[in-house]
Design a protein around this ligand. Sequence first.
Ligand SMILES: [Zn+2]
Length: 453
Amino acid sequence: MTKRVAFAIAAALALPAALAAEPAQTAQPAQTITVLQCARMLDAAAGKMLGPTTLVIEGKRIKEIRPGADPKPSQDAAAATGANVHVAIMADATCLPGLIDSHTHLTGETSPTGYTDQFRWNVADYAIRSTVYARRTLLAGFTTVRNVGDQANESIALRNAINAGIVPGPRIFTAGKAIGTTGGHADPTDGYRSDLAGDPGPKDGIINNVDDAYKAIRQHYKDGVDVIKIMPSGGVLDESSSADNAQMTIEEIKAIVSAAHDYGFTVAAHAHGAEAIRRAVLGGVDSIEHGTFMNDEDMKLMKEHGTWYVPTIIAGKYVQEMAAKPGYYPPQVAAKAMQVGPIIQATAGKAYKAGVKIAFGTDAAVYPHGQNAKEFEYMVQAGMPPMFVLQAATTHAAELLHKQDQLGQIAVGRVADVIAVPGNPLDDITVMQKVEFVMKEGTIYKESGRPAM
Ligand SMILES: [Zn+2]
C-alpha cells in the first residue's frame, strides 16, 4: 500500500520535469556561481599553504582557482553568462578541502543512560537522532565520514537520505553493523541475561569460522554497505572483561579480507591489543583503529604492509574523563576506559615517528558529535606537525577510502567540498574547532559562522 503511494508520487513528480526538459533552451533557471575569496588556501596534495586565493564554484564542482583575493574578474565573467553570482569574502580566513573523519558512529551518542536505552529504543529512535548528529558533524567542517558501525544498518538509511538531499549531513561511507565474534566487541547482546542474549550469527555480524566470515560479508554487500568494519580485539564500551584480547583468528580475518576485497570493500579493524593488531595486519586489513597497545613489531609490520593507522585520541581522552564520574559507565567499562584511555595519544606519537601511515579519525559518538576537530589539537600535542594532521584529514583519509581522485583536495574539476577557518591553522591548530564556512558539493551549509540551513 505504502509502496504504491510512493510510486504514484514519484511518477507525478517525474512528469513535469520530463515535460520541462522538452524546450531545452527556454526557461532554464539561471545558474548560481559562487566566488570564494580566501586569505589563504591549503594545497593538501602539495603540503603547502598558499596565499590569497579566489575559488569559483559552478554547480557541484570547482571551476577555477586563481591566485589573488580579487573576486571582480570572476564576478564579471560569471555575470556575463547571466548567472547569479554569490561572493563569499573570508577575510583573514584559510580555505581547506572539506574534512574527512575516518571513524564515526553517526547513529549513536555517549550518554549515562546509553546502556539501558538499548532496551527501550527501537532502530527508529537511533535513526531520528542520527539526523541531528549528521548536521552537527557537517557544520563542524566534516563533509565526508567513514561510519564504522551502527546498531542495525540504520546508517545506510541515513547515507541514502543525505545523498537524496532530504537531510543535511556529510557524505557517508558506511560499514553498517560491525562484524565480530561471539561475546566479543561487536556482539550486541554482551552482558545480557541468558534468556535475552540469544545467539547472534553471521546475518547479525557475528562470525565464528571462515564460512561465517564469507556469509557476513555477502550479507553486508546485500544490505548495501560501502566498507567493512571488524572487531579482532576486545573493546572498551561493552560489558565483557577485556579491552585488548585477540577475538579473531588469522584465518577468520583473512577470509573477511578476501571476501571484502572481492566486493571492492576496504576493511577497518578495531584493535587495541598488540597480538590482535599483528593478526589483523597479517590478515591484510586496510586500517587499524585505536591501536592502543601497538608495539614496535606491529608498527614495522604496518609499514611493510602499507596498513593505515586511525588513532582516535579524542575517544581515549573522553572515556577516561567520563570513567572518573561515578555511574556514567557500568563498572566493567569504567575499568577498561581507565586502562585504555590514557595510552592512545602516546601510541599515536610513536607511530608517527616510526613512519606509520596515519589517517584522521575520532570515534565520534564515544564523545559528543561536532567536537571532531579537537583531534587535530591532540595529534599536534602527540608530536605531529600541523601540516601533517591537516593532510591526515584530507589527502590521507581520501586515500584510505580509495577516493583520492575525488576527495581531499581543492582542485579544478573536483567536487566542491570547501571549508574555511579563521586565521592560519599552521600557526594555531585550535582554529580548526572554529569552522565558519562549509560548502559540500557546491552547496553552502554554513557562512559567516552561522548555519545556512
Ligand atoms: Zn568506533
